[in-house]
Write a protein that binds this ligand. Structure first.
Ligand SMILES: NC(=O)c1ccc[n+]([C@@H]2O[C@H](COP(=O)([O-])OP(=O)(O)OC[C@H]3O[C@@H](n4cnc5c(N)ncnc54)[C@H](OP(=O)(O)O)[C@@H]3O)[C@@H](O)[C@H]2O)c1
Length: 280
C-alpha cells in the first residue's frame, strides 16, 4: 500500500521510526535489518542525534537510492532562512544520501515562547519552499502543527505542506487537525502509533487484538491505515519489525473502528505545540 502526497510523490504506507536509537554501529545494524524486513521509508531527525549511523545502515542495506524514502526533520535551533538551508545540507551530508525525499519542520514556534510565532513559522516555511524548489528535497511538510498554526501558515505561503506528522494513537486522534489536513489534502503521519509502547498494555486494545488474532501493535497500525493515516512504528526487534508490517491480511470492522475511534485518552506524550516551552 502507498500514499500519494499532494505533489504526486508516492510513499510507502508504513514508515520506520528511529527516535532514541543511539548514534552507534548497533543502530546501523538495526536499520539494515529494518530494510531487509521490508521497510522502505525511514523517518529520522537531526534532533535524534543518530543521522550518521542511520545513513550507514541504509548504505549497508544496499538498496537503490531511488527505492528508499528518507525523511529528515529541521530542528528548532536551526531556524532562520540561511540556517535552515545549511541545516538541510548538513543532514544530507551526514546521512550521505544525496537528497532527502521528505523534510519536515519538527516543531512550530510556540506562542508560549515567541510573540512573533506566526512570522517565525512563515520564514521557516519560505526556506522549506526554497529547499523544495532547489530539488534538494522531494517533499516538504511539518510536524506537530495544530489547526490554528497551520491556518496562519497557509494564508502566507506558496507551497502547501505535503505532510503533518502528529502524535496519533488510540485515545489520542487529534481529530480537528486530522479533519483540517484531510480537507487540505495534507497527509497525516502518526508518530508514536503505539504510544511509545504504552498502548500495548491496554485491556481495551487487547480485547480487539484477541478478536482478530493479532497483537495490539498490529491493531494500532491497521487502525491508523484504516483512518488514512501513515503510521511510523519503531522497534529494534527483527520479529516485531516484520509483524508490524504484516497487517494487510485482515480488516478491522466498521463497528470496531467506531469503538477504537471513540476510546477516551489512554495516555500519551503530553506534548502540546501551543503551550510547550521546553525546547521551543
Ligand atoms: N515528529 C515528532 O515530533 C515525533 C515525535 C515522536 C516520535 N516521532 C517518530 O515516530 C516514531 C515512533 O514513535 P515512538 O518511537 O514513540 O514509538 P512507538 O512505535 O509508538 O512505540 C515503540 C515502542 O513499542 C515497542 N514495540 C514496537 N513494536 C512492538 C511490537 N510489535 N510488540 C511489542 N512491542 C513493540 C518498542 O520496543 P522494542 O524496540 O523493544 O520492540 C518501543 O518500546 C519515532 O521513532 C520517530 O521516528 C516523531
Amino acid at each position: 500500500m502507498e500514499y500519494i502526497l499532494n505533489n504526486g510523490l508516492k510513499i510507502p504506507a508504513i514508515a520506520y521510526g528511529t527516535w532514541k536509537f543511539p548514534n552507534t554501529y548497533e543502530t546501523s545494524e538495526i536499520i539494515k535489518n529494518a530494510i531487509a524486513s521490508g521497510y522502505k521509508y525511514i523517518d529520522t531527525a537531526k534532533a535524534y542525534g543518530n543521522e550518521y549511523y542511520i545513513g550507514q545502515g541504509i548504505k549497508k542495506a544496499q538498496v537503490d537510492r531511488k527505492n528508499i524514502i528518507i525523511g529528515g526533520k529541521l530542528w528548532n535551533d536551526d531556524r532562520g532562512f540561511d540556517n535552515i538551508i545549511k541545516a538541510c545540507k548538513e543532514t544530507i551530508n551526514t546521512l550521505e544520501c544525496e537528497y532527502l525525499d521528505i523534510y519536515l519542520v519538527h516543531w512550530p514556534a510556540s506562542k508560549a515562547v515567541h510573540d512573533n510565532w506566526r512570522e517565525i513559522n512563515i520564514e521557516t516555511w519560505k526556506a522549506m519552499e526554497e529547499l523544495y524548489n532547489s530539488g534538494l528535497v522531494k517533499a516538504i511538510g511539518v510536524c506537530n502543527f495544530k489547526v490554528n498554526q497551520l491556518d496562519e501558515l497557509m494564508k502566507n505561503i506558496n507551497i502547501k505542506p505535503m505532510i503533518n506528522q502528529i502524535e496519533f494513537h488510540p485515545g489520542f486522534m487529534q481529530q480537528d487537525i486530522v479533519n483540517y489536513c484531510k480537507k487540505e489534502n495534507i497527509l497525516i503521519e502518526a508518530w508514536s502509533p503505539l504510544g511509545s509502547g504504552k498502548m500495548l498494555k491496554k485491556e481495551e486494545l487487547k480485547i480487539i487484538a484477541n478478536k482478530y488474532q493479532k497483537d495490539v501493535a498490529q491493531i494500532c497500525i491497521k487502525w491508523c491505515l484504516q483512518n488514512e493515516v501513515l503510521p511510523i512504528p519503531k522497534t529494534k526487534d527483527i520479529d516485531r519489525m516484520k509483524s508490524n508490517l504484516d497487517v494487510y491480511n485482515f480488516e478491522i470492522s466498521k463497528e470496531d473502528m467506531q469503538y477504537l475511534n471513540s476510546l477516551p485518552y489512554l495516555g500519551g506524550s503530553g506534548l502540546d505545540s501551543e503551550t510547550i516551552t521546553l525546547f521551543n
